[in-house]
Design a protein around this ligand. Sequence first.
Ligand code: ATP
Ligand code: PRP
Length: 220
Amino acid sequence: MKNVNNILTLALSKGRIFKETIPFLTDAGVIIHDDPETSRKLILNTNNPKLRLIIVRASDVPTYVQYGAADFGIAGKDVLLEHESYPSGTLYQPIDLNIAKCKLAVAVKNGFNYHEMVKQGARLRVATKYTKSAREHFAKKGVYIDLIKLYGSMELAPLVGLADAIVDLVSTGNTLKANNLIEVEEIMTVSSRLVVNRASLKNNEKHLRPFLEVFAKATI
Ligand code: ATP
Ligand code: PRP
């Protein structure tokens, strides 16, 4: 997709990624006139006529960037690993912004002897939104699993007998605690990364570069 006006499009999800990205944009002198929490607008103009933001679902950020509908975007490592284009080269991942930090972990109902079950070679039912990462994790351990794809509220699954374990994001641990679950294995640490469309980088380098530098500088 050719960017005829040289207006750069940055794809962000509202919520924590948007909030944690604001300081980087402020450092680049960018002011956003709308607040995605209160506005229904999906395209947000900024004080910089060469930069606009689009507000998309967190898991859709890589898709917009992959197809060039956004020149760059910010997405969690969890989302990037699940994306269909991974690990092909369509998305260039230059910078770990160290924001939206959490971890991907295995959790079970308090009292469920996960390690013993694994040792016995039991087949586990695992509910998750992160099927690629979960499949890879258990394959590496040699654990047989039945994967149950969910789109949210994974914590509920072991409580109502849908699954033995879940693979989900954990930050403070409050959600697990509130639902009588415990973490039994960390799979990976997660933070959000800037991803750039390779063709945009090639064709729009002059305009993109100053923004990439601001993001890179802020992470030093
Ligand atoms: P979608 O709207 O597509 O379902 P989502 O609800 O996971 O996505 P957010 O909750 O905004 O979207 O999360 C965006 C990213 O922030 C996640 O992909 C993850 O990398 C990170 N994240 C999620 N939960 C936490 C948390 N509790 N603490 C810190 N970072 C988190
Ligand atoms: C995420 C994740 C966990 C929770 C973990 O949910 O899916 O449920 O955070 O954080 P904690 O360990 O600090 O409790 P989020 O808050 O993004 O809600 P959502 O998945 O419904 O968007």
